[in-house]
Design a protein around this ligand. Structure first.
Ligand code: AP5
Length: 217
């Protein structure tokens, strides 16, 4: 599956739940890039300036990174691509790659959320820099001590969640990623979910549309 949608729409939040429910890989290009930046790899050094300013990292770097990731063992049972593809060029490269592996996409899920909700979610987001868990200060399950419930690490705000960078990311989404909606609509694989409701309702909507039954409780 591919999760498509603007920054803050909840793609990462739902990808974690769905990947665990179905025992498949969660492949987040944003998480992978943050890992490279944190560890000072060549790729991280090349990507950092783009990410800090809210621009997209060049297609060739991203495509190579995803190509390698899809070779890993855990991707063999299936995967959710979260934040990739993000340009028509990336989508075309993915199509070639999947074809060469004889893999068919089950669904491209569009997370539909109004801009006011996106800005509120992004301003309140905190992440665990150790295990990538996602939280929000506006949600009732936010840990009072500001520490990750999974691993105990202190939570931080992402550098690119500053208001001026958020504005840029939303603009980049409209200009470079929104054209993918027509790309996948024309292929008949796009399904849209109302992602502005609370998290469990969004999960239920995805599972229902995807054709399964949410028996994860
Ligand atoms: P990336 O990390 O992919 O960022 P993004 O796509 O902008 O998406 P976000 O992570 O901001 O949002 P999300 O939809 O996952 O929302 P989340 O679940 O966290 O990319 C970062 C950067 O890396 C890019 O700007 C670019 O530079 C680069 N990059 C990455 N991929 C690339 C690519 N393919 N090509 C080129 N460059 C690339 O939720 C947001 C908040 O809302 C959280 O606090 C969460 O707790 C809360 N929340 C979620 N759902 C709900 C709900 N239903 N109700 C209430 N709160 C909710």
């Amino acid at each position: 599956m591919i999760f498509l949608g603007p920054p803050g729409a909840g793609k990462g939040t739902q990808a974690v739940k769905l990947a665990s429910k179905y025992g498949i890989a969660h492949i987040s290009t944003g998480d992978m890039l943050r890992y490279h930046v944190k560890n000072g790899t060549d790729l991280g050094e090349k990507a950092k300036a783009y990410m800090d300013s809210g621009r997209l990292v060049p297609d060739d770097l991203i495509i190579e990174m995803v190509k390698e990731r899809l070779e890993e063992e855990d991707a063999k049972r299936g995967f959710i691509l979260d934040g990739f593809p993000r340009t028509v060029n990336q989508a075309e490269a993915l199509e070639v790659l999947l074809k060469s592996k004889d893999i068919t996409l089950d669904a491209v899920v569009l997370f539909d959320v109004d801009e006011e909700t996106l800005v509120r979610r992004l301003s309140g987001r905190r992440i665990c820099p150790n295990c990538n868990a996602i939280y929000n200060v506006h949600n009732s399950d936010y840990p009072e001590d500001g520490r990750c419930k999974r691993c105990g690490n202190g939570l931080i705000q992402r550098d690119d969640d500053r208001p001026e960078v958020v504005r840029r990311r939303l603009k980049v989404y409209e200009e470079e990623t929104a054209p993918l909606l027509d790309y996948y609509r024309n292929k008949g694989s796009l399904i849209s979910v109302d992602a502005s409701s609370e998290s469990d309702a969004v999960l239920y909507a995805i599972v229902s549309l995807y054709g399964g039954k949410d028996d994860s409780n």
